[in-house]
Design a protein around this ligand. Sequence first.
Ligand SMILES: [Zn+2]
Ligand SMILES: [Zn+2]
Length: 131
Amino acid sequence: MVNTTGVTRKTVQKQLVNDIFLRAGRPLTAREAHDLARVARPRIGIATVYRAIRRMVEAKELRLVVIPGEAAYYERSGNGHHHYFHCCACQKVYVVQGCPGSMKALTPAGFVLERHDLVLHGKCKTCAARR
Ligand SMILES: [Zn+2]
Ligand SMILES: [Zn+2]
């Protein structure tokens, strides 16, 4: 049943999830978003966070970040071309500024390059200091 309370709750949940992604400033898994959401609202369920994320992906406010072999990460849309650093120790994903540029040299002769994805893997500053 759709009522005004339901609509309001949806909007509030979306606002909360949006704020979490905005404040994090890096891609988050649904689980990470849920952990952060619980700071503000201890009783929020992970299914609620999943639903809010799915709705925001459908609305193109969030987009999926695919790190091969890892969980699905999401980030706010519209931040231009960028790349990622995946920490193998804490599993956090960070946005990397800069781009090595055209990968044309790697593209086989006769192939047409349309785009590239780049993920660096290693240890973040916090994990690298903790050894
Ligand atoms: Zn780390
Ligand atoms: Zn690039």
